[in-house]
Design a protein. Structure first.
Length: 517
């Protein structure tokens, strides 16, 4: 695959954009300087998705390795992934080249502490020290996630992982190692990525690690588990583990290290399917079950009323001591956001005897695109703006980092990902609008820095700014148009879609020439 000459690319882009002016006409011009000076722009990956070296230097399997090797990601796996374990130095150079302020990555718990608890693996320690030092010496701020779907398999085997309260102790000890070893250089910590989806899809529908569910709720052929209550229990243990790690940081490290600890939640742009009262109420209920589930304990110390009402005794109760620990246990909230969903009421589901998380929520989700196929996410950025507004109104306007936002497309060696450029342009614009309307957003991380091993799609779908040539034994990376657009925006030029839209702008051709050199 040969990147084309600059002239051809620029001409082609002009052609494509000119034929889409109608689509873009709602867009407006903005530039980096419209954002606050301390607003952070970055991009992210996670350990299992990018590192590879799955059996090297003492690393042991995580529940995600097991999931992939059991065939749940089209028979593909992260054994090699992007070989980031060996290529981190050249990847950091690409980040510099792209103009990133920050890089979001995760630590593989089972690389750092191979049995999940007990001795630290010196080779794992070296790898993360090297990566962090490489980032810092290149002026890139590390944002570190501790758990990104990859609990050590040893703990799953020993006590069923997140289903056991023992995980609170072991997660806190793992966080302690990370704060102690890396906290002199890492200021931003996310405890658990997409806490809500990890619990919901890992333990109700069973289509993500550790693929637990019970019939008739399973969306895969997995049948270990109990969809009726495990997701709630796991959500509860995540909140306890998270808040325990935050308490540890605040008592033992914060005075010296002066960092920030948060947790991330997966959001959708929830929209009522019709403006009928019951659909509007159902939309609020969907938001309670998805987002309030994590946010209300953090803000108020307890689960949303609608959840307690519908799930009854199946949702655990916080003791007053736990409630105090959970309440306020965040310095920021990480928001993962990709697309919108329409919601309609399904209150009748509550009368059916057999119930799970989904049935308790009592809504129907109507997606424009199937979440579970590799179709392309549409560009509906108002959904993100609306959700940020809800965080402002419902959850006390916490400091927020958009930790994931990006467009899924089918994997493609074409570097001309114009739809992804439009996606980023639209969503970064929505973040700016939300910011101007009083939202407390502090940063934005494009998902993903390169094409990685994706949870559900393996290597069949891609979100990357950089294409990874999987037919090349060297796994060479190539910048897509989206990487060039992001760079163009980050180095302080006006968002390039606007430049190309304004054909009469004489700087247009030279700007594009520059962009595609
Ligand atoms: C799941 O747990 C609930 C509540 O403990 C129990 O009533 C139900 O029988 C269990 N179902 C299965 C399939 O084990
Ligand atoms: C979702 O609702 C909007 C109106 O709010 C409508 O335009 C769109 O077609 C709906 N999408 C689906 C998949 O029904
Ligand atoms: C890859 O992208 C090219 C150019 O955008 C497009 O024509 C082609 O259909 C895409 N292939 C796949 C498999 O999506
Ligand atoms: C701005 O915020 C107000 C109050 O939260 C809200 O009603 C309004 O819809 C928001 N406007 C936009 C454009 O998001």
């Amino acid at each position: 695959m040969e990147p084309k000459t600059s002239f051809t690319l620029a001409t082609l882009l002009l052609f494509i954009l000119n034929s889409h002016v109608g689509v873009l006409s709602g867009a407006y011009q903005y530039s980096r300087s419209d954002f606050p000076a301390d607003f952070v722009f970055g991009s992210g990956t996670s350990a299992y998705q990018v590192e590879g070296a799955a059996y090297e230097d003492g690393r042991t399997a995580s529940i995600w390795d097991t999931f992939a090797h059991d065939g749940y990601a089209h028979g593909e796996n992260g054994d090699v992934a992007c070989d980031g374990y060996h290529k981190y130095k050249e990847d950091v150079q690409l980040m510099v080249e792209t103009g990133l302020d920050a890089y979001r990555f995760s630590i593989s718990w089972s690389r750092l502490i191979p049995n999940g608890r007990g001795p630290v693996n010196p080779k794992g320690l070296d790898y993360y020290n090297n990566l962090i030092n490489e980032l810092i010496s290149n002026g890139i701020q590390p944002h570190v996630t501790l758990h990104h779907y990859d609990l050590p398999q040893a703990l799953e085997d020993e006590y069923e992982g997140w289903l056991s309260r023992d995980v609170v102790r072991d997660f806190t000890d793992y966080a302690d190692v990370c704060f102690r070893e890396f906290g002199d250089r890492v200021l931003y910590w996310t405890t658990v990525n997409e806490a809500n989806v990890f619990a919901f899809s890992g333990y109700d529908t069973g289509n993500s690690p550790p693929q637990r569910c019970s019939p008739p709720f399973c969306t895969t052929n997995s049948i270990r588990g109990n969809s009726t209550f495990e997701a709630y229990l796991v959500g509860h243990h995540i909140l306890l583990a998270h808040s325990s790690a935050v308490t540890l940081y605040r008592t033992k490290y914060r005075d010296q290290q002066r960092g920030f600890v948060g947790i991330s939640v997966f959001t959708l742009g929830f929209t009522p399917q019709t403006n009928k009262e019951e659909d509007v109420v159902a939309t609020q209920r969907a938001r309670d079950f998805f987002i309030g589930w994590i946010m209300e304990p953090l803000i108020y110390g307890d689960y949303p009323i609608s959840m307690k009402k519908n799930a009854g005794a199946r949702i655990p109760t916080f003791t007053s001591c736990e409630s105090k620990q959970v309440k306020g246990s965040y310095d920021f909230i990480g928001v993962n956001h990709y697309q919108n969903v329409n919601v309609s009421d399904d209150y009748g589901a509550l009368n059916i005897k057999l119930r799970d998380f989904n049935a308790d929520m009592a809504v129907n989700f109507i997606y424009d695109q199937d979440l579970f196929s590799n179709s392309e996410f549409s560009v509906t950025p108002w959904g993100l703006q609306q959700e940020l507004d809800k965080f402002k109104l419902l959850y006390g306007n916490p400091p927020i980092f958009i930790v994931e936002n990006g467009q899924r497309t089918a994997s493609n060696s074409s570097l001309l990902d114009l739809s992804r450029v439009k996606y980023f342009h639209g969503y970064i614009g929505a973040v700016l609008d939300a910011l101007r309307n009083g939202s407390n957003v502090k940063g934005y991380f494009a998902w993903s820095f390169m094409d990685v091993f994706e949870l559900l799609d393996g290597y069949r779908s891609s979100y990357g700014l950089y294409y990874v040539d999987r037919n090349d034994p060297e796994l060479k990376r190539y910048p897509k148009l989206s990487a060039k657009w992001y760079k163009h925006f980050l180095i302080g030029r006006t968002s390039s879609i606007e430049l190309v839209e304004n054909e009469k702008d004489s700087s247009l051709v030279s700007d594009l020439g520059h962009l595609f050199q």
